[in-house]
Design a binder for this molecule. Structure first.
Ligand SMILES: Cc1ncc(COP(=O)(O)O)c(C=O)c1O
Length: 384
């Protein structure tokens, strides 16, 4: 059910991921999968294009947006047992745009707590919103077999809240560490944040990618209805180019205020993105099931390949996402991604996620088995 793209298909389908590397180099950097999208998504898009549906997308709150909202509610109920309030999603251009809009319009003034390492645009979005970032370390080098390690350091968050921070920007599940926070951690964060009159802004774009064998995902809004959720079907169902994400708020009045913003503040979402989103959330469960099983196998294969070719690499057990976080410091190379590029594989450098951090890379394992072998053996050739 999960169809691997050939090199030429991938090059045509994923212009950023594959277009940024020369022929012969394996791209394992940006978070896109080398798999064909779910058949239901492709069919819905093909039908929409056949109907000539290329006009402006509708306003938030009208029929098409309502369909996306209903499809997301169904998904959240089936997969997470979360009863999302009716009509609580507002379409936005993409997740990053949604985070920026939320900081501008929905989050209290003051510095923003950002756990590090983080998805790099988190830092940019905070800066562009004119906010100060208050960083909290997640310790990327903790004991990799200790699940409690790399949890959010609530004492450090509290210090920032006491010093005036009023927003906590959470990535749940976490990119790049691939960790999923459990209910008790989320509840403790909620209590801390509420005690300081602050708000959590949570990015759950990787939530459908919690891998088999993990506890059921707990959506942050289900424990803290005062938070702001930004999510999208894009990472899981392979549609980031269609530019559609959702801001979810549980307070209907706040939703109305968000939808009443001038078009110039929120105009980037696309009609085709909404069509894809509805088909992804509503009609792609079997495909998603197959995807998660496949990613679990890929993660196990990666561990085996590393044990064979790079035995001193430390890799976090992957709980979610298709992005593995590798600690390669034992090989004594400050920027392993730069050296790997010279050997025909493009990885994401660790310092992109935490400035100054040496010896780490993020490796995208959502590719064919053959390419995964090439990625590891070429990295090994670069480091040894
Ligand atoms: C945590 C996280 N948020 C947001 C994005 C980007 O989402 P979008 O393309 O919808 O802005 C990514 C992409 O990898 C991501 O990992």
């Amino acid at each position: 059910m999960i169809r691997d793209l050939t090199d030429s298909e991938a090059r045509a389908a994923l212009p950023l991921k594959w277009g940024a590397v020369p022929q012969g180099t394996v791209p394992a950097w940006v978070a896109e999968m080398d798999f064909a999208p779910p058949p239901a998504v492709t069919a819905a898009l093909t039908a929409a294009v056949g109907r000539g549906m290329l006009g402006y997308s509708c306003h938030p709150g009208t029929a098409q947006a309502a369909d996306l909202n209903a499809a997301f509610r169904g998904f959240a109920e089936r997969h997470w047992g979360w009863d999302v309030p009716a009509d609580s999603s507002t379409p936005v251009g993409d997740v990053v745009t949604g985070l920026r809009l939320a900081l501008d319009e929905l989050c209290p003034p003051g510095p923003v707590v950002v756990p590090l390492p983080c998805y790099p645009p988190f830092r940019d979005v905070v800066a562009l919103a004119g906010r100060e970032a208050a960083y909290v370390g997640l310790d990327p080098d903790h004991d990799h077999d200790d699940r409690a390690a790399a949890a959010l350091d609530l004492a450090a968050v509290e210090q920032h809240l006491e010093a005036g921070a009023r927003t906590v920007l959470l990535c749940h599940p976490h990119n790049p560490l691939g960790r999923v926070a459990h209910r008790a951690e989320l509840e403790a964060l909620r209590d801390l944040v509420h005690a300081h009159g602050a708000r959590v802004l949570v990015d759950e774009v990787h939530a459908p990618l919690v891998l088999p064998g993990q506890e059921r995902f707990v959506p942050y809004l289900s424990v803290d209805p005062e938070a702001v959720l930004v999510t999208s079907h894009s990472k899981t169902f392979g549609t980031p180019g269609l530019k559609t994400a959702q801001i979810v708020l549980t307070d209907p009045e706040e939703t109305q205020r968000l939808r009443a913003l001038p078009i110039a503040a929120n105009h980037g979402h696309s009609g085709l993105g909404m069509v894809a989103g509805a088909a992804a959330w509503r009609d792609s469960d079997l495909w998603l099931h197959a995807l998660r099983s496949r990613l679990r196998v890929q993660a196990e294969d990666l561990r085996d390949l590393l044990a064979e070719h790079l035995p001193q690499a430390r890799v976090r057990p992957l709980e979610a996402t298709y992005l593995a976080w590798l600690d390669l410091r034992a090989y004594g190379v400050a920027d392993p991604a730069a050296v790997a590029l010279e050997h025909g594989v493009r990885l994401a450098p660790g310092h992109d996620y935490q400035p100054g951090l040496e010896g780490h890379v993020r490796l995208n394992l959502a590719t064919s088995e053959q390419r995964l072998v090439q990625i590891v053996t070429r990295l090994a050739a670069a480091l040894t």
